[in-house]
Design a protein around this ligand. Structure first.
Ligand SMILES: Nc1ncnc2c1ncn2[C@@H]1O[C@H](COP(=O)(O)OP(=O)(O)OP(=O)(O)O)[C@@H](O)[C@H]1O
Ligand SMILES: [Mg+2]
Length: 356
């Protein structure tokens, strides 16, 4: 008889799902602390959705088991279902219904009286910025609106565990920030969130721990800092005052950092990799030395920034390290733009109010 440590929202043991000859999930072990955001990071086809579906009892594992708050997804799926909510890459709302109709219907299915369901729907639509679209069919919504109505539907009753399957893929920076704010508000109210994403930066912003999966296996696990420092410290981007000095600046950076220097399409910009030290401090010191050397050479730096490795870099480094050269490249577009989505305190209140 296996025991399950208290404080774990999810524990999986050798979880396997096979589709024909394809081992989509090939022995995954995860331990997700309760009350946190846990990131599952991986490229297309890695097995993220399949894993989430097994945890949410929508798919039966072919081997191994998973425990959600200590309940087995194989043996006690009803107990698991009562604690979780799921949103993601599959329909949870009806495209032909309006935003209001969807939320009222789901509220009624959850057992709320009509009046309560209506009030809750209106409140959620308001907080998620969907009031103007409340009476339109969901099939007319943009990607960002669609994602928000999906999440609204999944927190009609605040679950103990919320699965968010790539909640921001394809969203613009503002919508992405709104979704991040919602995730933070949900977690602040005590819900555990399992978030799948293709973006390291998203996992970095939200998750306290991350599992990187590829070909149905966990290839790395740790805090965001641990994962990044395992593949090097990132890069320094420099913009010069004078484009004519760029070749010289490239020479200085190459000499000081001993790494590759990339000339950007912007004629004053260049980027140099900072070799890993295992600490962020080492990277900052290297960057400071490089800037000092540029100053000594009389090259004026207009601005600079210290960037972290992209998911591309982390993923490629990890798959190289595990000897797997067959991994597909990852679409790890950075999320550079920090469009300010105003924190809406009502989101937190809303979640709190509906905690059972
Ligand atoms: N119902 C299914 N029948 C057959 N094969 C499937 C099925 N669902 C998933 N697969 C396969 O299992 C593998 C993992 O798919 P999964 O959807 O879990 O990946 P993912 O990590 O969620 O990818 P993405 O980032 O594209 O959503 C893929 O090779 C996929 O083609
Ligand atoms: Mg998926």
């Amino acid at each position: 008889m296996t025991t399950h440590p208290p404080g774990l929202a999810i524990e999986t043991q050798g979880l396997v799902k096979v589709f024909g000859a394809n081992r989509a999930v090939d022995g995954i072990d995860l331990r997700v602390p309760a009350g946190t955001v846990y990131g599952v990071l991986g490229p297309n086809g890695a097995g993220k959705t399949t894993t989430v579906k097994m945890l949410a009892t929508l798919l039966r594992p072919d081997d191994g088991d998973a425990y959600v708050f200590g309940k087995s997804v194989r043996r006690e799926p009803d107990a698991v279902r009562s604690r979780v909510s799921l949103t993601g890459q599959y329909a949870s709302v009806d495209e032909d219904l309006t935003g209001t109709e969807n939320l009222v219907l789901l509220g009624r299915l959850l057992g709320h009286p009509k009046r309560v369901a209506r009030a809750r729907a209106a409140e959620l639509l308001d907080v998620f910025g969907l009031t103007p679209a409340a009476d339109r069919q969901v099939k007319t919504y943009s990607g960002g609106m669609r994602r928000r109505i999906d999440i609204a539907a999944s927190i009609l009753n605040t679950p103990d565990l919320l699965f968010l399957d790539e909640p921001t893929t394809g969203l613009d920076p503002r919508s992405r920030n709104q979704v991040w704010d919602i995730v933070r508000a949900v977690v602040a109210q005590g819900t555990t969130v399992l978030l799948t994403t293709q973006y390291l930066e998203e996992a970095d912003r939200l998750a306290s721990r991350i599992a990187v999966i590829d070909h149905g296996r966990v290839i790395a696990e740790g805090t965001p800092g641990e994962l990044k420092s395992s593949v090097g410290a990132g890069a320094i981007q420099v913009r010069l005052h004078d484009a004519d000095r760029r070749p010289e600046a490239a020479g200085v950076l190459r000499r000081v950092l001993g790494s590759d220097v990339r000339l950007e399409s912007d004629p004053v910009a260049l980027t140099a990799a900072i070799p890993g030290h295992g600490t962020d401090l080492g990277a900052a010191e290297d960057a400071a030395r490089a800037l000092a050397e540029l100053a000594r050479a009389g090259i004026v730096v207009a601005d600079f920034s210290l960037g972290q490795p992209s998911l591309d870099e982390v993923f490629l480094a990890l798959t190289e390290a595990s000897g797997d050269v067959g991994g597909a490249p990852v679409g790890g577009a950075g999320i550079a733009d920090e469009a300010a989505a105003d924190d809406d305190p009502r989101i937190g209140d809303l979640v709190k109010e509906n905690r059972a």
